[in-house]
Design a binder for this molecule. Sequence first.
Ligand SMILES: Nc1nc2c(ncn2[C@@H]2O[C@H](COP(=O)(O)OP(=O)(O)O)[C@@H](O)[C@H]2O)c(=O)[nH]1
Ligand SMILES: [Mg+2]
Length: 220
Amino acid sequence: MEVKIVKKVLDANDTMAEENRKLFRDKNVYVLNIMSSPGSGKTETLVKSLARLEPELKTAVIVGDVCTTNDADRLNVTGTHAVQVNTDEFGGDCHLAAHVIRKAALDLDLESIDLLIVENIGNLVCPAEFDIGEDSRVVLLSVTEGEDKPLKYPVMFKLCSGAAVLNKVDLLPYLDFNIDEAEDNIKSINPDIPVFRISAKTEEGFDDWLSWIKDVVKSK
Ligand SMILES: Nc1nc2c(ncn2[C@@H]2O[C@H](COP(=O)(O)OP(=O)(O)O)[C@@H](O)[C@H]2O)c(=O)[nH]1
Ligand SMILES: [Mg+2]
């Protein structure tokens, strides 16, 4: 019984995701869905990335958290248009579903946007199960989380096939984290995925990471 209900929810989500995909195609908007555990640096990476991309690309962000508008407030300083979604209004969901993205996207001026980034709710399980009509997915892992997380949460690292980002490399001198092992673990699940090593604090590694974003946006 429970299996049937979950399947129905996912089928309904897939239908809405396809409608979103059509809307984004019609408006020529590239959509990137970014996922990670809470605190790995999604917002900080976006704050720094969007400030550098904004002159070239018109961007917007839909950012999800259970509560607060903290992240939208941080992102709006960059010149992007960030819209906060709080899932406590509908039961504290651990992911952003396709219908939630549609409602938020229809409030944006899609005609004038090249790149829409979705910062998903922080966790390494549920968000991967929900297609939102995105063009690609990026998973972020920070060096404080342990090299084994790709092995523990393989579905996330499999379904985020756009790129993987290893963040907070500025902290490596203070940690026992083996970054080569972390990258090998990611590649054991997703052999062809590009892996970027960055620090959102110092912007180390940003040239390659931002080039990748510009290339995928141009490719649509
Ligand atoms: N040292 C260091 N701290 C970072 C870096 N990126 C993010 N942080 C910090 O990590 C914390 C969580 O970052 P945040 O962007 O809110 O993570 P999110 O929950 O994934 O959106 C904040 O205190 C950030 O300042 C980084 O590259 N280096
Ligand atoms: Mg955040």
